[in-house]
Structures are given as C-alpha cells and as structure tokens.
Design a protein around this ligand. Structure first.
Ligand code: ADP
Ligand code: MG
Length: 249
C-alpha cells in the first residue's frame, strides 16, 4: 500500500473484519448464555448471583454484536407478520436481571387494538432493544421507564400522511444535552465509557428501511422520550431505504 493510501479508510476491509469478528464471538456467546441458564436453574443457590453477571455481560455483548454486524452489512429486511406486544414483553422479560439490579420499574401501556405489522421481527427487536437499553443506561436507580404503544393517523415530517404504529419508550434519566441532539444518530457518537455509538444509527437504518422514522424528545435532568413510527400500510420505501452514512466516497 502506498504511503498516502495507508490513511484511507478501506471500508470493504473493515466490513469483512467486523462481520468475521461478530461471527467468531457469537458462538462462545451462545455457550455462555446456555451455561448461565443451567446455573440459574441449579438447586445450589450460591451460584445464582454469578449466573446473573454472566447473563448480563453476555446480553450486552449480544446486543453490541448485532449492531456491529448490521453496521458491517446494511440490514436486509425480511418481512413477516409481527406482534409488537409479544416482542416488547419478550424484551422486558429478557432484561429483567438488569432491571431488578437497578430497581427500575417498567410500566407497559399497550393499546389492545394494536394490529400486527408487516416487519422484520429480528431487526425490529434489535431496534427496540437498543432504545430500551439506552433508557436503562440513562436512568437512575429506582426510577421508571414506560413503554406505550398506539396507532395514529397522521403526518410524520419528511415522510407523509399515513397510518402509523407507534412505540414510545420514555425514561426519567439524564436527558440529552442540546448540543448532542444532532449527533445522536451519527455512527460512533457516544457519551458512555463502554459505548459503541452504533445503537441509534443502526436503529435508524432499520426503521428507515421499513419506511418509518425515529423521533427523540429530551430535556436534561427530566428525561427522554424516543418514538418509533412504523407505517402500517407498507409502501414502497425506496426513498427511505437509501439512508446510507457518508462513506467519504
Ligand atoms: P451508545 O449507547 O453505545 O452510546 P447509541 O447510539 O445507542 O450508542 O446512543 C448514542 C448516545 O445517545 C448515547 O451515548 C447517549 O449519550 C445518547 N442517548 C441515547 N439514548 C438516550 C437516552 N434515553 N437518554 C439519554 N441519552 C441518550
Ligand atoms: Mg445504545
């Protein structure tokens, strides 16, 4: 490689490395999760706290890897019928060890008339997990997070008028500083020592590919509300699918 080229960011190389890394870590991770479950179900109660730590760390890695993987290759959306409430309940249930440890109460306000939606279940789970994890990470001990679902006919700026399925995740955490607001969806923007800064950009990519939008309202010291809008009548999302990051080419 010529000296000048050495400084260029070789995206294809990085993509390949990242997807290999994600693949390599994923297998042992499954083993960790499996063993942790076995310990949790064991009769010897002294091992239980250890298992929670394993689970928690493994879950963190799992979420991070999903984000790295999707950053490496743009998400290919596979549509199916998705029950959002089932997805949310599964998510909250899986995060229970962390919630118990931080004494965070989750209030679920689910609209019983919410229809199923044509979407990619796995990718949507990843989006909701990213947003929920951010809410948990911003929350102080003994606070609450509320999850609200609903349907609304209305205009989403930049997208248009249609019927939307809305999922709102609200926390009473730190809030987002005004000068950080426009950076939230930039890859690698993070204010956390162990953050990757990939959660929101990947989530936006996935939601955009569904023809939807993510909205963030936040006040420092009060909290943050993140709303995910998904179109209920699936349309050609071509205008929104091409949300690519500036790859400097
Ligand atoms: P990461 O969580 O790895 O830092 P994200 O893309 O998920 O990356 O989030 C980027 C940044 O946005 C976070 O580091 C944080 O500063 C801010 N942020 C996201 N969600 C919230 C929230 N609910 N409350 C406060 N800040 C948030
Ligand atoms: Mg995050």
């Amino acid at each position: 490689i010529a000296k000048n080229n050495a400084l260029l960011f070789d995206y294809h190389y990085v993509e390949r490395i990242l997807s290999e890394v994600a693949h390599e870590i994923n297998n042992p991770l499954s083993a960790i999760l499996g063993s942790a479950r076995l310990i949790q179900e064991s009769k010897d109660t002294s091992v239980i706290p250890l298992a929670s730590i394993i689970s928690e760390e493994a879950l963190r890695l799992e979420g991070m890897l999903a984000n790295i993987r999707d950053f490496a290759r743009p998400p290919r959306i596979e549509y199916g019928q998705v029950n959002i409430h089932r997805l949310l309940k599964h998510l909250v249930n899986r995060q229970q060890p962390l919630l118990v440890q931080r004494e965070i109460e989750v209030r679920e306000h689910y609209d019983p008339s919410l229809p199923e939606i044509a979407a990619d279940e796995e990718k949507l789970y990843q989006v909701l997990l990213n947003i929920f994890k951010n809410a948990v990470e911003a929350s102080s001990l003994r606070s609450s997070i509320s999850i609200t679902t609903g349907v609304s006919l209305g205009d989403v700026p930049g997208i248009g008028y249609t019927t939307w399925l809305i999922v709102r995740i609200a926390d009473h955490g730190t809030g987002v500083a005004p000068d950080h607001k426009e950076k939230l969806f930039m890859p690698f923007f993070t204010t956390k020592p162990q953050g990757t800064g990939l959660g929101l950009p990947i989530s936006m990519k996935i939601v955009s590919a569904h023809g939807g939008k993510i909205d963030v309202e936040s006040t420092v010291g009060i909290g943050t509300v993140v709303s995910v809008f998904l179109p209920l009548k699936r349309r050609q999302a071509s205008a929104h699918q091409e949300v690519n990051y500036d790859r400097g080419q």
